[in-house]
Design a protein around this ligand. Structure first.
Ligand code: FES
Length: 152
């Protein structure tokens, strides 16, 4: 077994040995401290990332009732807000039930996912044509002073 720290018997100057050993321990202490600081920094970074992830709230959007055409819909953020009949508003997620592409096209009283062509009715979210077999995902909708607040 080899040891790079000189032993008292192999070094003619005992003070030099003590100083070398002391320096080595000090160096080790500094490495240990650096490792601690590294781990502390890493832990802090991970905790920050977790807090950021936990801080994400459900997506929301808002639109004025006046901006939603009667008999049609608008796409606001990640939502579809529709007014199938005057004064009746409904909202859906704009995530296509087929493979989650964002629905981006409004065609009168339907919306279409341009990824693969699924078409959905705005009044109830049902499928007009696939490939999607599932209807639109409903979103929560509330109104305040003429503004529609959507969340999902
Ligand atoms: S992801 Fe919308 S039709 Fe396929």
């Amino acid at each position: 077994m080899t040891d790079s720290v000189p032993t008292p018997s192999s070094n003619p100057n005992p003070n030099a040995t003590a100083n070398s050993a002391s320096q080595r321990l000090k160096d080790l202490g500094q490495h240990s401290c650096s490792r601690r600081l590294f781990l502390l920094g890493t832990g802090t970074t991970i905790a920050g990332a977790l807090l950021a992830a936990c801080g994400n709230e459900a997506p929301t959007a808002e639109v004025s009732e006046a901006d939603v055409p009667v008999g049609s819909a608008v796409i606001v953020g990640n939502f579809i807000v529709a007014q199938p009949k005057e004064g009746r508003f409904v909202a859906y997620s704009a995530a296509c039930p087929h493979q989650r592409s964002k629905i981006t096209k409004v065609q009168g009283d339907t919306v279409m996912c341009t990824a693969h062509g699924s078409v959905f009715r705005i009044d109830d979210g049902s499928v007009v044509s696939g490939p999607s077999r599932d209807p639109l995902y409903p979103a929560s909708l509330s109104e305040s002073d003429g503004t529609l607040n959507v969340s999902g």
